[in-house]
Design a protein around this ligand. Structure first.
Ligand SMILES: Nc1ncnc2c1ncn2[C@@H]1O[C@H](COP(=O)(O)OP(=O)(O)OP(=O)(O)O)[C@@H](O)[C@H]1O
Length: 269
């Protein structure tokens, strides 16, 4: 963990200001890295006394994330916990898609351009044709149409999807569709990738391939997952239970305790 004294806060990525395409924002900075090769800036995310409460239709108020403070600067942070424990809420907070009811999220050296990957890639693929969708994601960063097409082909080829540029997104397998979603995120040159159960719809082989691709991105990754094999490959694991952060440790220790918590097993088994 790192000390952060003077962070930038994200204040404009919610409601009407939210990016038109998930995974896109307006700021441009350089990328972070799991293995800093050419000395990119490290990203520090500070969650400072944040909680989230929502107003329910019956007029009552429910706290869905109890107050927590965290400093995240590891290349890969995994968030695990039961259904409804608050994992997605934390991810959305960091992505700026949900505003804290109280507290603040700060980033250093600057608010990152974050790319969000959902469990269901259909939630973020906008255009009907694969290549068009990637070019759509490139429109902010690449002004020349010819250059957008060149870059689109390059990104798809990296993901072994070069042959799918002209395909309808509806004829893809789930594994291919999730890779198109990733391609769309990569097109935005993210400085932080936030992935919410990205392997849920994938079979074993595709899940393994997608995990590898995310881990090789060279961009900080904040990941919510029920896939404990995936969480085990993180640098740090946060465990949530009923809207509270209940554990925060290196993967082996945190996952072992989470298994006991989830399965109600006594310590030492
Ligand atoms: N806008 C909202 N209004 C009311 N309740 C909400 C809202 N957003 C989230 N919740 C509730 O807050 C709790 C935490 O939700 P969250 O999506 O963060 O859980 P999660 O750990 O990601 O769950 P899962 O593993 O099922 O995706 C859930 O009970 C959810 O129903």
């Amino acid at each position: 963990m790192a000390e952060m004294t003077d962070g930038a806060t994200r204040s404009t990525l919610k409601g009407a200001d939210a990016p038109a395409h998930p995974g896109q924002s307006n700021e441009a900075v350089q990328s972070g890295s799991r293995v800093p090769a050419s000395g990119p800036q490290r990203l520090v995310t500070e969650v400072d006394a944040v909680h989230v409460a929502v107003d329910l239709p019956d007029g009552s108020r429910r706290t869905i994330l109890h107050e927590l403070s965290l400093t995240l600067d590891e290349p890969v942070v995994a968030v695990v916990g039961a259904n409804g424990s608050g994992k997605s809420t934390l991810l959305r907070l960091v992505a700026g898609l949900v505003a804290p009811t109280a507290g603040e999220i700060r980033f250093s050296p600057a608010v990152p351009r974050s790319g969000f990957i959902f469990a269901n890639p259909q939630a973020q693929i906008i255009m009907p044709v694969v290549g068009e969708d990637i070019e759509f994601s490139l429109r902010e960063t690449v002004k020349s149409r010819a250059e957008r097409t060149r870059r689109m082909r390059e990104i798809l080829t990296q993901l072994e999807l070069g042959h799918r540029a002209e395909s309808s997104v509806y004829e893809l397998s789930s594994g291919e569709r999730q890779k198109v979603a990733l391609a769309g995120v990569l097109a935005t040159e993210p400085e932080l990738v936030i992935a919410d159960e990205p392997t849920t719809l994938l079979d074993l082989r595709n899940a393994a391939e997608f995990r590898r691709r995310l881990l090789e991105l060279q961009v900080p990754l904040l990941l919510a997952t029920h896939d404990l094999e995936f969480a085990a490959q993180a640098d740090r694991v946060l465990v949530f239970d009923q809207g509270r952060l209940v554990d925060d440790d290196e993967p082996a220790a945190a996952i072992a305790r989470y298994r006991r918590l989830a399965l109600q097993e006594p310590e030492g088994r």
